[in-house]
Design a protein around this ligand. Sequence first.
Ligand code: 6PG
Length: 259
Amino acid sequence: MAEPPVNGPLVRVAPDAGALMRMAAEEVARRAEQAAAERGRFTIALAGGATPKRLYALLADPKEPFRARIPWARTHVFFGDERHVHPGHPESNYGMARAALLSKVPIPPENVHRIRAEDTDAAAAATDYEAELRRVLVLAPGAVPRLDLVLLGLGADGHTASLFPGNDALEERSRFVAAPFVDRLRTHRITLTLPVLEAARAVAFVVSGAEKAERVADVLEGAGTGLPAGRVRVRDGDLLWLLDAAAAAQLRTIDERAG
Ligand code: 6PG
């Protein structure tokens, strides 16, 4: 069967960081409603780092419209990547998401699928996580996990999740989860691999701030298409780049500017 078309990125720009988080929250809520209506549940992989904290707080806020739209009892939360630390460590992506979102919404604990990065053997943690993905997503033989939505950030060096430039994990095409040693950080990470990102129904980069503008332009329009963030394609779904004006400042072409 012919490969489905690879969809290029759809770039949307919000006027500022606050509007960007609302744009991203709307995307999460809309896709959660759609997934639950069409398939009875919503599966999402959360991004780590600092940027999405405000998004997670917005999704958790009972005074905002997003929380009530998400079918938490039928939502399964995964993680795009994790630092090689205990969940209580200040660097833990799970710890950040738990504080900002997961401890504040009525999601069943068994629906939160964290990477067990406290395992001193990072490769074992990756193998364990791949088994969890297979178990929860009930994969047909040879199938790749197809998440409804994967949230991603953009690192200053063009990395995304924990796929770093020049790292072998970027070339991994058979395993769904890898445990690369990241030379620059002198530590292991655990990360979803490109095949899982490519199989998603939607991938949304959420990028904010002037300090990312050069790299955004490099990845989307320049020589950075070979960087990890530039290599993310979605086989049969949507690839979104949700930016604020500061992060989009060096782009020549923009698909949609939100009011
Ligand atoms: C992580 C993230 C990583 C992050 C970028 C951007 O574990 O750190 O998965 O890919 O999204 O580094 O991070 P900031 O949002 O903090 O700039």
